[in-house]
Each structure stands twice: as C-alpha cells, then as structure tokens.
Ligand binder design. Sequence first.
Ligand SMILES: Cc1cc2nc3c(=O)[nH]c(=O)nc-3n(C[C@H](O)[C@H](O)[C@H](O)COP(=O)(O)O)c2cc1C
Length: 160
Amino acid sequence: MKSLIVYASQSGNTRKLATAVYDSLEGEKELCAIDQAPSGDLAYDLVAVGFWLQAGKPDPKTEAFLKACRTTAKMFFFATHGAAKGSDHARGAMEYAVSLVNGATVIGTYSCQGEVNPKVLEKIKQKDAPPPWLHEADDAVGHPDDQDIAELKAALKKAL
Ligand SMILES: Cc1cc2nc3c(=O)[nH]c(=O)nc-3n(C[C@H](O)[C@H](O)[C@H](O)COP(=O)(O)O)c2cc1C
C-alpha cells in the first residue's frame, strides 16, 4: 500500500497525530507538511489529511488543499481543535471537510482536542463575542495525549 499523510499544524498538536498515523501505516509512505504537499492528481492508495480548526472550519491551507484534491485514493481525515471532542462544533467542521473532496471516498475520520496556544486564548477571551468553543478550550490542555493517540490508531485500523 502506498500512503500519503498531509498535515497542517501551527503549534504541533496535529503534527503529533500525523506522526502517529505515519507510524501506524505499513508499506510505502510519505509524511508531508501541507506547504510541501503534492498537488494535482494524487496517485496513492491512501491519502490521510490532518488539520486544525480555525473559525469552525479546517485551517485555510487544508481547506484549499481539499478543494483542489483529485484522487481515487481512500481518504482518512484527522483533526485537532479547542472545542470538546464530539461537540457539534467539531463534528460540523469534520462534515464540512468531508464535503470538500469531490468524488473521493473518505473511509474514516478522527478528531480530538488540541491545547490552544495560551497567548491566542487570551486574545480570544478579550473579544466582545467569544466563539462558542471557548469555554471548552481549558479542557484541551495536555491534548492530544496518549489516549487520543491510541484512539486515533484504533480509528485508522478500523477504517482500513
Ligand atoms: C487563530 C486560531 C483560531 C482557532 N479557531 C478554532 C475554532 O474555530 N474552533 C476550535 O475548536 N478551535 C480553534 N482553535 C484551536 C486550535 O484548532 C487547536 O488548538 C489545535 O489543536 C491547533 O492545532 P496545531 O497545534 O496543530 O496548530 C483556534 C486556534 C487558533 C490559533
């Protein structure tokens, strides 16, 4: 099996998941930060894409990558976010990500909390209309943790 793992990560949380996905996969595999990701037709058996949530959506680089993505590969998506795991906010963002890939088959998804950069959090707290996930972000400290990684690996294994 030939796999490509593409990830976007500003503060390292999603990169942790990407590394775990890479380590879990057998066969020929490439791990690529989004800025180095190949474009156009992606000739792989599996393309795994990891992103962080910004403004309730995949980060802009991943959004652009998914919109441009053309592949017959199976796809697996993973993400980190300040919002609670399984929250409507997190689920909605993942559903939106899945809707962006034209005709590709998404075989599974996984997302968990990722610690929010404290400076960013402070700034967001000062806003007149703080985002709905803000009150959940304190629980994101320390994530992704070992259990998140174990759950990600299980989700990937199940999907494959
Ligand atoms: C500018 C900015 C906007 C964010 N917006 C959201 C958001 O809309 N929803 C959310 O759940 N988390 C949001 N977060 C939290 C990040 O998605 C979360 O901390 C994530 O784990 C960061 O991943 P990374 O370390 O791979 O960059 C935001 C963080 C930043 C810095």
